[in-house]
Write a protein of this length. Structure first.
Length: 306
C-alpha cells in the first residue's frame, strides 16, 4: 500500500524549521550587533582618552645629566599632577639640550655652560640660576690631595704621564672624561687647556655619572663630575689650587673650576615655560637647588621679572 504523505504536516514542519532558522539568525545578528556596539564603545573611550591626553599642555625640558639630578622625578610628577600637564625631562647633555631648544624639540634646556655669541645670535637666551663645581676626583686610595691648573694642563697634554710626578706611585695616569655632550667637560677643557690641544686619549663615559662609575674600577684614574656626585664612597675630590670645592668656595668664587647652570630658552619664554620656571625657583625645588648648589638669589629671581 503506497505511503500517503501528509502535505499539511510537511508544510507545518517546513514552516516550523523556517521560524527556528529565522529566530537563530535574529539572535546571531543581535549578538553581533552588541559586540560591534561594545567594540565601538571601547574605541570611542580610547579615542576620548587619547584626545584628553593630547589636550594636556606638554612641556619638554632637556638638560645636562648632572643638572637633571636637581629635578627629583617625584617632584616633577607632583608638578605635572598639580597642573595637569605632561612634563618630560631628558638628561641628554648640555650640548644636545641647547640644540633641542633651538630646533624646537624642547621648550627649555638646563645647561652647565653659557651660550656662545653665535647661539645668542640665533635667538637663544640663557639665564643664570646657580653655580656648580667641576670637581676633580680620584679614587679614594689615591693619596694626592691637591692639583694646580698647570698640573692638570700637563696631564691633559701628556707632559705629566705618571703619578710619581705628583708624589705617588710610578704608574701611568688614566684620564676619564664624560663624552663631548657634557657641558662640564666643555668648560673644564676650556679652563684648563687655555686654547691648547689635548694630547691624552681619555677613556670616555656617557656622562659624569658614567665617569664616576668607571673610577670605581680604576684606582689610577682621574676624572671630573658635579659637586653633587662627590658623595660616593669610592670618590675623593682633590683641592684645585689649594681650594676644595664646596658651596662656600663657590659662593666666594675662590674655587677655580666654578661652572654656571643656565636655563636656556628660544626667544621670549611662553606661558608654560614661565610657569614652570617660577615653580622651579620657589618652594621645594628651590630649596633642593640651594641645598646642592650655590644659588645667587638676586640673579635667579630676576628671571621671573624678565
Amino acid at each position: 500500500m503506497p505511503l500517503k504523505l501528509n502535505r499539511n504536516a510537511n508544510r507545518n514542519v517546513l514552516y516550523g524549521s523556517h521560524r527556528l532558522w529565522s529566530s537563530a539568525l535574529v539572535a546571531v545578528w543581535a549578538v553581533a550587533g552588541l559586540l560591534l556596539f561594545s567594540l565601538s564603545d571601547a574605541q570611542a573611550q580610547n579615542w576620548l582618552k587619547k584626545k584628553k591626553k593630547a589636550e594636556k599642555p606638554r612641556l619638554i625640558v632637556a638638560g645636562s645629566v648632572s643638572a637633571k639630578s636637581i629635578f627629583d622625578p617625584a617632584v616633577v610628577r607632583h608638578f605635572a599632577k598639580m597642573r595637569k600637564w605632561d612634563v618630560r625631562i631628558y638628561g641628554s647633555g648640555s650640548e644636545a639640550a641647547i640644540e633641542a631648544v633651538y630646533t624646537g624639540a624642547a621648550d627649555l634646556a638646563i645647561s652647565t655652560r653659557p651660550l656662545t655669541d653665535e647661539e645668542r645670535a640665533k635667538g637663544l637666551r640663557d639665564s643664570l640660576i646657580a653655580y656648580d663645581a667641576i670637581a676633580v676626583v680620584v679614587h679614594k686610595s689615591n693619596p694626592v690631595q691637591n692639583l694646580t691648573i698647570k698640573q692638570l694642563n700637563k696631564i691633559l697634554r701628556r707632559k705629566i704621564k705618571t703619578w710619581k710626578k705628583l708624589g705617588w706611585v710610578d704608574q701611568p695616569i688614566s684620564v676619564i672624561l664624560p663624552d663631548t655632550s657634557s657641558g662640564l667637560r666643555t668648560v673644564f677643557l676650556q679652563t684648563v687647556l687655555r686654547d691648547k690641544k689635548m694630547k691624552v686619549q681619555p677613556k670616555e663615559a656617557l656622562s659624569t655619572y658614567g665617569a664616576v662609575a668607571m673610577l670605581r674600577q680604576d684606582s689610577l684614574a682621574i676624572t671630573i663630575c658635579s659637586l653633587s656626585q662627590t658623595k660616593y664612597a669610592h670618590v675623593k675630590p682633590v683641592a684645585v689650587e689649594g681650594v676644595r670645592p664646596d658651596k662656600d668656595t663657590l659662593a666666594d668664587g675662590s674655587y677655580a673650576l666654578r661652572v654656571p647652570i643656565f636655563l636656556v630658552t628660544r626667544g621670549q619664554p611662553g606661558r608654560l615655560v614661565q610657569t614652570f620656571v617660577e615653580w622651579m625657583l620657589t618652594g621645594k625645588v628651590y630649596r633642593m637647588l640651594a641645598k646642592t648648589f650655590y644659588v645667587p638669589t638676586e640673579t635667579s629671581r630676576s628671571i621671573l621679572a624678565e
